[in-house]
Design a protein around this ligand. Structure first.
Ligand code: SF4
Length: 223
């Protein structure tokens, strides 16, 4: 059967391949401010423009963001930073990403995570990353207009490298650094950035101005 985002996302949402992550995601206790909400507690598929040219890859959902709302980069401080920037450069129709019903749309851009379930302490094991890469491959193959990939954070970057190596693509010399750019396989460009987590954005390690400059450069080099 021909693969599609619909088929893939149904498989992702029902996946229970990693026992440690299944236990963790289902055991997340709601924060007091979200006590009236029912947490999603399942894997989080990608989200955005399925005909998009830019793929943005994070590491994994957060306990009270994606794991609560059911959408990647939704309802937490990382999402707040990321979507303000995506909106400012025209890749999103609004600066807010708060719930699956908030009307958010992405223009030319698809978002996903290397690992679809929230990991304890934001640290999936190598085995869990390997296990989840099957879904990432399929997302990658379904994005037919893809020209550029922006990876947020070193662990997601290494996961992407692992996926590429498993497919037989050369990865020698490709290393994570904020602002790094590479020619990637199949005529795509690869970019790296720090992850927009509060520990990076609140400390000034990563600024909106700097991140938007990178997004604009990616847009300009699209062809
Ligand atoms: S991390 Fe990926 S492979 Fe593991 S249970 Fe979640 S969706 Fe399945």
């Amino acid at each position: 059967m021909k693969d599609s985002f619909k088929i893939l996302n149904q498989e992702i949402v029902s996946c229970r391949l990693c026992p440690r992550l299944v236990k963790y995601r289902e055991g997340v206790e709601p924060k007091l401010i979200f006590a009236d909400q029912t947490y999603w507690k399942k894997p989080i598929p990608g989200f955005g423009d399925e005909k998009g040219w830019l793929l943005i890859v994070g590491l994994a959902p957060s306990p009270h963001g994606g794991n609560r709302t059911g959408r990647i980069f939704t309802g937490d401080l990382s999402a707040k930073f990321l979507f303000q920037c995506l909106y400012d450069v025209g890749l999103a129709n609004q600066p807010l990403s708060e719930s699956v019903e908030d009307g958010l749309q992405l223009n030319g851009c698809y978002l996903t995570a290397a690992v679809k379930c929230v990991p304890p302490l934001h640290k999936p094991t190598p085995k869990e990353i390997r296990q989840c890469s099957q879904y990432f491959y399929r997302e990658f193959d379904l994005l037919k207009n893809l020209k550029a990939i922006l990876v947020l954070g070193q662990i997601a970057f290494n996961a992407l490298k692992f996926d590429a190596a498993a497919r037989g693509y050369p990865i020698r010399g490709i290393r994570f650094a904020h602002g790094a750019r590479y020619d990637w396989f199949e005529n795509k460009k690869l970019y790296a950035s720090y992850h927009p987590s509060p520990q990076n954005t609140n400390t000034g390690k990563m600024t909106a101005q700097n991140f938007k400059s990178l997004l604009k450069e990616i847009q300009e080099k699209r062809e």
